[in-house]
Design a protein around this ligand. Structure first.
Ligand SMILES: NC(=O)c1ccc[n+]([C@@H]2O[C@H](COP(=O)([O-])OP(=O)(O)OC[C@H]3O[C@@H](n4cnc5c(N)ncnc54)[C@H](O)[C@@H]3O)[C@@H](O)[C@H]2O)c1
Length: 465
């Protein structure tokens, strides 16, 4: 089938590459010329340097013959005559993270350009039926409104469906090959049937929930799924974490084992972190709360969970001065990790990036930062904001040099052996701050060697002299 994508970000590019892999044609348009230019090189190193998502570059290169990347709308419009499904994958950030109301300006701009172009397809006759599938996360009633706007603009022979994206960054490609579920929200049988044909590899496939619902249920289901995931994380941080931080003789990992071996509970979300970050969990939960509030519903529980996430971050920062009696002012610190989690260079809503800001506000002299893939994205995003207060390092060892303490903020697997390097490069007294419990196996060893340790899910460990 002929698929078109509007927006070549994490969602658009990953979904298009997987469509191409399954034999469909994928034409991808983005207003970001630099991004399209990089994809058009079909060069692994250049794609990965700008956009790191496991296996994405290989897939694009392997399926080059079925993929087109464009930054020119008039060229893109040439494909509308034969388009079967057009996916909208543009950003829908929140205007205000605390309130949860969407900034739909990118979405509206993409739709108004699209509706004008759709009316001109097939020389204006519009005889080819086309489905517009919304992957962007939008307010629950959006599909119906988009359909009305299209009709008003004179678009004919179309359907609008909600096809929410559940990808997990860092494993988006793997998940797209074997998703837990595919959700299609439509209001006409014709649209379900087009989407079934597109996703035929998953329809009736064992282990995949192929779920057909109405558009509101699809959009609401996406927001609710992310709220449930967020609530698990925040409970882990603030309840299991706090229990093992304040009650002596309890180890976080042992509590986790007791809890997660209960099959009713399952294992998702039982890790510790400084913050539940990323572009979706908090955003979708806040947006859900805003929509329930707009319909006069009570959202105390959702708002408490969102507040609990912020509290956990603040509490962790405070422990550095309160428990370890360590003043950040004038100190050089090593920072490990900038992305919001391993296997991605996405720094949106990253606890690590927020921690960098907090340390600089607190008067740190210099942060020697190292992330295996996100340094460039961080530089691009923050530009000169931090000047020479942030020094980008090429290796863990370089970051540790001359530091009075270090913070582990992202769960890159290579950080799990940082204890050995710290012991080698940084003599005690020295502060180790572990926001991911990456080196939990060595906290006691470090303490015995004179290092102070502040870790999520552990009481403060004062270095032995
Ligand atoms: N990233 C995720 O994990 C994830 C998961 C599920 C859903 N979503 C949702 O999917 C949507 C896209 O997310 P993303 O992470 O891919 O965002 P992104 O910022 O990585 O990519 C969006 C792309 O859209 C482009 N764009 C903006 N306006 C455009 C326009 N008018 N025409 C064409 N391109 C335009 C931008 O240049 C950018 O490259 C959002 O609504 C997001 O909430 C994201």
């Amino acid at each position: 089938m002929q698929t078109l994508y509007i927006g070549a970000g994490y969602v658009g590019s990953c979904s298009a590459a997987v469509m191409a892999k399954f034999g469909h044609n994928a034409v991808v348009y983005d207003v970001n010329k630099e991004r399209i230019g990089v994809f058009n090189t079909f060069n692994r190193d250049l794609i990965e340097a700008s956009f790191f998502e496991q296996d994405l570059s290989s897939l694009i290169i392997q399926n080059k013959q079925r993929m087109v990347f464009l930054d020119d709308y008039s060229q893109f419009s040439n494909y509308f005559d034969s388009a079967d499904v057009i996916f909208i994958c543009v950003p829908t950030p929140l205007k205000d993270d605390d309130v949860g109301d969407y900034d739909l300006s990118y979405f509206e701009a993409a739709l108004s350009e699209l509706s004008a172009a759709l009316t001109k397809r097939n020389g204006g006759a519009q005889e080819k039926y086309v489905v517009v599938a919304v992957k962007s996360t939008v307010p629950i009633e959006t599909q119906e409104r988009v359909a009305r706007d299209f009709e008003k603009a004179g678009v004919k022979n179309f359907g609008v469906v909600s096809n929410p994206e559940f990808l997990v960054e860092g494993q988006a490609i793997k998940d797209s090959f074997s998703p837990d579920r595919v959700v299609v929200g439509a209001s006409q049988e014709k649209d379900f049937s087009v989407m079934r044909e597109l996703y035929q590899r998953f329809y009736n496939a064992p282990g995949v929930g192929y779920i057909e619902v109405n558009p509101r249920e699809a959009a609401a289901g996406k927001l609710l799924s992310n709220y449930v995931l967020l609530s698990r994380l925040v409970t882990t941080f603030n309840v299991i974490g706090r229990t093992s931080e304040v009650i002596p003789g309890i180890q976080f990992e042992k509590l986790r084992k007791i809890i997660t071996t209960d099959k009713r509970i399952g294992s998702y979300g039982f890790y510790n972190n400084i913050y539940a970050g990323g572009s979706c969990l908090t955003k979708d939960s806040s947006a859900l709360a805003h929509q329930i509030e707009s319909a006069s519903g009570n959202t105390d529980q959702i708002r408490n969970i969102l507040g609990g996430n912020l509290f956990h971050f603040d509490n962790f920062v405070e422990r550095i001065s309160k428990d370890a009696k360590f003043s950040i002012k004038g100190k050089t610190l090593a920072v490990f990790g900038l992305s919001f989690k391993r296997d991605t260079n996405d720094i949106r809503n990253s606890g690590a990036a927020d921690m960098v800001a907090r340390l600089i506000e607190g008067g740190a002299a210099q942060l020697r930062v190292y992330d295996p893939v996100a340094n460039e994205m961080f530089k691009r995003h923050f530009g000169d904001k931090y000047g020479d207060k942030v020094y980008y390092c090429e290796s863990e060892q370089e970051a540790l040099q001359g530091s009075a303490g270090c913070l582990i903020l992202t769960d890159w697997p290579q950080f799990s052996t940082l204890d050995q390097l710290i012991l080698k490069v940084c003599p005690a007294p020295y502060l180790v701050v572990d926001g991911r419990r990456m080196i939990s196996q060595s906290y006691n060893k470090l303490q015995d060697a004179g290092y102070d340790v502040v870790a999520v899910g552990s009481p403060f460990l004062k270095g032995k002299s």
